[in-house]
Design a protein. Structure first.
Lengths: 325, 290, 406
């Protein structure tokens, strides 16, 4: 993991906490945490674009949804689809989609990039809405969860809630580590350079367009991983999974959690998801409370929730704990 | 499609374009001048429609409703700019996005608390309720033509205010170089307050004047928000002329998409936006990115 | 439950998948045993309806009337007090499952009432059909398949199938001498099913649909389509819209002068709950639906008065569906004395109940658990839906593909 040791310890503790949660948590919250971990992966993937490459995508849910549709379409009615086939196909499919969208999109920047990614996502959204073969607005079922095993021998039963939980937790950690690795590699230095000053990075001889495109494809593929998990978990996918509301929500998770930290967006997803759940029980007007909460975070936590964590870490650990930028 | 049909559809497209320009103009102002991606734009539109519904019911006249309602919306816009957005100018633009997202949640909930969840509408004012025969069995409502005229008026005034007046000069200067303008003694914070209130008022006004040809219901701002962004981006950010041309293009593309390519009608405007951006990455009349 | 794969509905589509994974019913570890603990423990009714967004009015109407019905009966179901767990379904199927899970796993409800949107019904079904618990009552979503291919013993609907009102509206057009029709409808599940039903019954009666116009859902910019309709010069237009779209469509249809030469028909949702907002433009439009504002039966009068007193406004068809959901709960629970554990008896009582006290008139459950009910022909007069006769008496959805129909 990247970052100074207080942060590493905090993250390790968080993963440890997540690892014991299924044994102590209410079954519904186990379910909810699976959902939030999936959104965490989704949000981390967007952070690679927003927080590190400086590209704000408003169409990221397209890849999340496309992956789900691929899983729904390839799962045979009788079930038993091997994950060794399903996952690569879903990831490759979303990578190709991201390559196509990215190839066009990275020519623009700033708000125009935001809008062109939205345009492609909306086209994908309406494609699934319009095609009744894909279930139209009602969406599609995934006939069965993928089979994790070799030959006939089962390694992990994804139908079991706890197994699915740990499967997702494992992938959350793997995603974090992979993205952190990518960011530490020379590639990561270049995309950060693009975010800081694209012209200078180009002047240094880096083909920035290509780097942005690669970053876009990586982010799209991880969003596809999240979409795969969500569809496998809920056994359902619909056009609303790739609508702009979803793209907007994940964008909010990233900003609220803290851009450019990787763990911040995961925090963002958890904070928003859990507060939404709690406020909903408290008051009929939970959206009002959520609205004020969001505004309070913007005004009082300059670097999102992650900034608060980092600040606390600094106060306790004494060392500089600024998120890697 | 014969020539008469074609002309009728052109009229439909242009008319829709006028409506789109009206909603999008406020967005392009705020966007171009303050650099704020105002997600609450659709919420202001919805609020305008509800305020028009409410005050028209109280006063019995849409005109009175609009005149009474606008100052109210301007005040809300001003307060939001002063007490929330103004703290964010030195920060990453994305925090403003998050803030305006919070505003959407609050606006939607306030609408529910104030007016409930029923569907409403505003009657067309009596004097404008007639219609003009168009083809042998189709007529055109006078009110729609009236809206078009109002839109033209607003387009012209915005163009003149920004191009010819002192305020417009300050606005343009502030948009292109904030620090320099400030150094020259212009109080840029005041300019921003004015621009944000004006943008909010334009959104609300289009909700108000559009209410009689639309319906007033929860969530009505959602679709408007996205399509306004499409218009603004096609035209080029901050350009009133661009927003106008963009609105016309979208209005016509949407109309003819529905008639000629009904299977793809839902995607036409997005495809158009993608094409425009591939051709000109900064929109039709935007300044090239530096 | 066996795997049901029928033409037109692949296993991936709508519902079947969930029912087929009955092997996972083992996960149903929480069969409520509260009755054994104490008959006075509250019955938990989960409500999953939209309370925000465009269709919040439907959620509120259904909930208000259901609670009113149960209050009227002393606020108890089978002698037990009632506790409601309410969750805002919003309008996105993507969150449907986690919300349904909250009702089932956290609130541990005995009944789930919802939703309005058939996409959300689909997401919910993965939870509610998998464990075959709790009992699920659908107070609106009219998707035919819910009580056809994908019917299930513990799933009941108190509203309608999309087929029912559209079928009658199609016949109505033919009866009124309409020869040529253009359909103009939102392209989504409900719109498609209603158009198919309306077109089938209209063409069977000798009419002809000369063009089907599909409007992307939920687009409300109708001008281009209205001009197209004008050029086609049909005798009538058959449309399904609801909510804000219905208001705008009907107003624009009138404003474009089309109603002088072309009649407008449709399933009752075209004017239901929105005719006041549509104003003069809606006057005279004929639609078909399982309720009207002037039925004048003692049951309906009492209901309308009580509803108006409690909530300060007139009820609509959605309130009636909510009210009857309350009746269904009352009758079922009364039959088993509040013992939700007596599942077979409870389901049997709900299945065989006849509702004599319903505002819509007498109705009963079909074998596939959808109301067998009168469909009224209504005309809008001064903003009210006035019944001008019964279009189909005790109409039953064919229930094609439902395995429960012997």
């Amino acid at each position: 993991m990247t970052g100074p040791w207080p942060l590493r310890l905090t993250l390790l503790a968080a993963v440890g906490g997540l690892a014991v949660f299924p044994w102590v948590g209410d079954p519904f919250y186990v379910e909810l945490v699976i959902h939030l971990m999936i959104l965490g992966i989704f949000a981390m993937s967007l952070d690679l674009l927003m927080g590190y490459t400086g590209l704000v995508s408003f169409g990221h849910a397209a890849f999340f949804g496309i992956s789900g549709y691929l899983l729904a379409l390839m799962t045979p009615e009788s079930g038993g689809l091997s994950i060794w086939l399903a996952l690569p196909v879903c990831l490759a499919g979303t990578a190709v989609a991201a390559l196509v969208v990215g190839w066009f999109s990275v020519r623009t920047s700033g708000i125009y990039f935001i809008m062109i990614t939205l345009a492609f996502a909306q086209m994908a959204f309406f494609f699934f809405v319009e095609h009744q073969d894909f279930g139209g607005t009602d969406g599609l079922f995934v006939a069965d969860k993928p089979f994790v095993g070799f030959g006939g021998w089962q390694l992990l039963d994804l139908r079991d809630e706890h197994s699915f939980y740990f499967f997702t937790l494992g992938l959350l950690v793997v995603t974090y580590l992979l993205l952190a690795m990518i960011l530490r590699a020379p590639f990561g230095q270049v995309i950060r350079g693009i975010r800081a000053n694209e012209a200078r990075t180009r002047a240094l001889g880096y083909p920035t367009q290509r780097y942005k495109l690669i970053s876009f494809v990586i982010a799209g593929t991880f969003a596809g991983l999240a979409g795969f998990l969500e569809a496998a978990h809920t056994e359902y996918v619909s056009p609303s999974h790739l609508g702009w509301h979803e793209s907007g929500l994940v964008l909010m998770y990233v900003i609220l959690g803290g851009m450019g930290t990787l763990y911040g967006p995961v925090l963002g997803a958890f904070v928003m998801g859990l507060l939404h759940d709690q406020f909903q029980d408290l008051t009929e007007h939970f959206n009002l409370v959520m609205g004020f909460f969001v505004i309070a975070v913007v005004l009082f936590l300059p670097d999102g929730v992650a900034g608060l964590v980092a600040r606390l870490g600094r106060a306790r650990g004494g060392g500089p704990a600024d998120p890697p930028r | 499609m014969d020539i008469a049909q074609f002309l009728v559809q052109v009229l439909n497209g242009v008319q829709y374009g006028f409506l789109l320009f009206l909603v999008a103009s406020g967005l392009t102002l705020i966007f171009g001048i303050m650099g704020i991606i105002n997600l609450a734009h659709g919420a202001f539109y919805m609020f305008g429609a509800y305020v028009a519904f409410w005050l028209t019911g109280v006063t019995g006249s849409l005109a009175a409703g609009i005149l009474l309602g606008l100052p109210f919306i301007i005040a809300i816009g001003f307060l939001i700019e002063r007490f929330a957005i103004s703290f964010l100018y030195s920060r990453d633009h994305l925090y403003q996005v998050l803030l305006t997202y919070g505003l959407i949640l609050i606006f939607n909930e306030m609408q529910k608390i104030l007016w409930g969840t029923d569907f409403y509408s505003v009657p067309v004012p009596e004097v404008l309720s007639g219609s003009i025969p168009l083809t042998e069995n189709q007529a055109y409502p006078v009110y729609r033509l009236f809206i078009s005229l109002v839109c033209l008026g607003i387009a012209a005034s915005l163009y003149l205010v920004i191009g010819r007046t002192r305020l417009g000069m300050m606005i343009r200067a502030g948009a292109s170089n904030r620090e320099m303008t400030q150094a020259l003694g212009v109080d840029i914070t005041k300019v921003f307050s004015v621009v944000f209130s004006l943008g909010a008022a334009l959104a609300a006004f289009s909700g108000m004047i559009g209410a009689p040809v639309s319906a007033v219901y929860p969530g009505m701002g959602d679709h408007i928000l996205i399509i306004s962004f499409v218009v603004v981006v096609i035209g080029g950010i901050g350009s009133i002329k661009g927003a106008f041309i963009g609105a016309m293009l979208i209005g016509l593309a949407d109309t003819f998409g529905k008639v000629l390519l009904p299977e793809l009608a839902s995607m036409t405007i997005y495809a158009l936006m993608a094409l425009v951006l591939l051709w000109r990455p900064q929109g039709l009349f935007g300044r090239p990115a530096t | 439950m066996t795997k049901t794969v029928t033409k037109g509905a692949s296993r991936r589509q709508f519902m079947t998948g969930a029912a087929a994974t009955a092997g996972m019913a083992a996960a149903a570890s929480f069969v409520p045993t509260r009755f054994a603990i104490g008959a006075k423990a509250p019955v938990k009714v989960g409500i999953m309806l939209p309370f925000s967004g465009t269709y919040a009015m439907l959620g509120n109407s259904i909930t208000d009337a259901m609670k009113l019905r149960i209050e009227q009966a002393g606020g108890r179901l089978g002698g037990r007090p009632v506790e409601y767990a309410t969750i805002d379904s919003e309008w996105t199927p993507a969150k449907g499952q986690i919300k349904a899970n909250k009702l089932v796993k956290k609130d541990r409800v005995d009944f789930v009432v919802g939703p309005v949107h058939s996409g959300i019904a689909m997401a919910m079904s993965k939870v509610l059909l998998r464990d075959r618990m709790p009992i699920w009552i659908i107070p609106n979503a009219g998707n035919n398949l819910l009580t056809r291919d994908h019917c299930a013993p513990h799933v009941f609907r108190t509203s309608f199938t999309n087929w029912q009102s559209a079928h009658v509206a199609g016949e109505l057009m033919a009866k009124e001498g309409v020869k040529t029709v253009v359909t103009c409808t939102w392209k989504y599940a409900a719109g498609i099913q209603m158009m198919e039903a309306g077109k089938a019954s209209f063409e069977k009666a000798g009419g002809k649909v000369i063009k089907e116009i599909w409007v992307p859902f939920p687009d409300v910019e109708f001008q281009a389509y209205l001009s197209e309709i004008a050029a086609l010069k049909p005798d009538a237009v058959f449309s399904f819209y609801s909510g804000g779209g219905a208001i705008k469509y009907v107003k624009e249809f009138a404003a474009a002068g089309l109603r002088d030469t072309i009649k407008l028909y449709g399933p009752g949702f075209l004017t239901e709950g929105v005719s006041r907002a549509q104003g003069e433009a809606a006057e005279g439009i004929k639609t078909a639906l399982h309720y009207a504002d002037n039925l004048g039966t003692p049951e309906d009068n009492a209901f309308r008065a009580a509803y108006k007193k409690a909530y300060g406004k007139d009820p609509n068809v959605f309130s009636v569906q909510g009210y009857d959901t309350g009746s269904l709960l009352l009758q079922g629970m009364a039959a088993v004395g509040g013992d939700v554990g007596a599942r077979a008896d409870l389901i049997d009582a709900m299945e065989t109940a006849t509702f004599y006290d319903s505002p819509r008139g007498v109705w009963r459950m079909s074998k596939s658990h959808n109301p067998i009910q009168d469909i009224y022909i209504r005309r809008v007069e001064k903003g009210r839906q006035i019944s001008v006769g019964i279009g189909a008496k005790q109409l039953e959805d064919p229930g094609t593909g439902c395995k429960m129909i012997a």
